[in-house]
Design a protein around this ligand. Structure first.
Ligand SMILES: Cc1ncc(COP(=O)(O)O)c(C=O)c1O
Length: 394
């Protein structure tokens, strides 16, 4: 039995795991294999798997020393985990506006928020577009790349997520690769790797930055004087069941990313011809991994609801709008009133976010035809009404 995303490879690894029993000392560890393979694939020294992509952000923040009294600069136009992780670390999220063309943080939008309490910057590679980490590096603050939505995006050939101090990825169900729930961090720094490893695994002394089981002799683990916890930590470990699926997904990540990019190109060809949709801009030298194709409805003539309903009536599968800005969500608005990011506020209301997870040419074709018909519908109405208005103005 196969679903569109999960094939024989995942089933085989699960069978291997379940039929051998959960890993003891002698059996294969899928978490270890996933970490090793992910590090090699992404060109990082260390990879540390965890139970989700919010835990990875929390561990990354703790590793760079973020704590109470500190501020972390984040975008408001993203899923709320970016800001929640800052709160988990006991620090304060400071929301910087986003660039109107790329929809992500830029040096210009971050600059006004740099202050004595700034401890880190956490840009988000939104919709799969790598955030401009190299320009943000000029602030001399640690950069944690929230790449939950960006797998194998590149900046000048370098894989996004491996440029800042730490990169964080999510394996949640909607992402390029998935195991239902899961996540992983990458870094080249052995100290940060060890800190994240201990933070995500109850602060155990016997852990190391490298993947693998705890290095402890049978006699020591049995001995009543054995010291175990040298650091504070959470239990954020990834289960072996999830790691087995994630490893199989990693092994076909290239083709899964390529499929999304192909799907995105089909959408972009249509969007480029549309007078009232403007796609997220991909800067020169950047490769977008297209978790989604985002565009803004650049007109007051077509409402988001009308566009959505017409797209669905034309046979489209639907699309998403942007999340409410994080500081507009009731919990954040109550505790952090008074934030205002005008560009993000304008974009949020107008964002149209097409899905790219389609697995066949016929599914992509159906979406493209729906989009073309929707654009034709509004274009006819738009030109008709502009004509009437012009006549009545005369
Ligand atoms: C930008 C961003 N950051 C963080 C997360 C959190 O990841 P997870 O759901 O694995 O906790 C997500 C997605 O779900 C996300 O889209």
């Amino acid at each position: 039995m196969q679903s569109l995303r999960i094939g024989n490879e995942e089933l085989q690894y699960e069978m291997e795991l379940l039929s051998s029993g959960f890993p003891g000392k002698q059996t294969r560890s899928f978490t270890e294999d996933l970490e090793k393979s992910f590090a090699v694939k992404f060109g990082s020294r260390y990879a540390i798997a965890m139970c989700n992509g919010t835990a990875t952000l929390h561990a990354a923040l703790a590793a760079v020393g973020v704590g109470p009294g500190d501020e972390v600069i984040v975008p408001p136009l993203t899923m709320a985990s970016t800001s929640l992780a800052v709160l988990h670390a006991g620090a304060r999220p400071v929301w910087a506006d986003v660039d109107p063309e790329t929809f992500v943080l830029s040096a210009a939008t971050v600059t006004p928020h740099i202050g004595a309490a700034s401890k880190a910057i956490m840009p988000v590679s939104l919709y799969g577009l790598p955030a401009p980490v190299k320009e943000l590096a000029n602030f001399s603050l640690p950069i944690i790349e929230d790449n939950a939505q960006c797998f194998l995006g590149r900046i000048d050939g370098e894989i996004a997520g491996t440029i800042g101090a730490i990169g964080s990825f999510s394996f949640q169900n909607s992402k390029h690769m998935t195991c239902g729930e899961g996540g992983i961090t990458v870094t080249d720094d052995p100290n940060l790797a060890l800190k994240m490893r201990r933070f995500s695994s109850l602060g155990y002394d016997q852990l190391s930055a490298e993947p693998g089981k705890m290095k402890i002799e049978k006699k020591s683990i049995a001995h009543p004087d054995t010291i175990r916890h040298v650091d504070f930590g959470f239990n954020y470990r990834l289960s072996e069941l999830c790691a087995a699926v994630a490893l199989a997904q990693l092994e076909k990540l290239d083709s899964m990313v390529a499929m999304r990019q192909k799907c995105a190109q089909a959408f972009l060809q249509v969007i480029e011809e549309c007078p009232f949709l403007t796609a997220q801009k991909t800067p020169l030298g950047v490769e977008h991994s297209y978790w989604a194709v985002a565009a803004q409805l650049d007109t007051d003539f077509v409402s988001w609801d009308d566009f959505y309903n017409t797209f669905c009536c034309n046979g489209g599968d639907g699309f998403y709008g942007a999340w409410r800005l994080t500081y507009q969500e009731p919990f954040f608005a109550k505790h952090f009133p008074g934030t205002h990011c005008p560009v993000a506020e304008r974009l949020q209301k107008r964002m149209v976010q097409f899905k790219t997870h389609y697995q066949s040419d016929s599914e992509i074709d159906r979406e493209i035809k729906a989009l073309e018909a929707t654009i034709r519908h509004f274009d006819k109405r738009r030109t008709g009404i502009i004509g009437t208005r012009e006549t009545s103005d005369l």
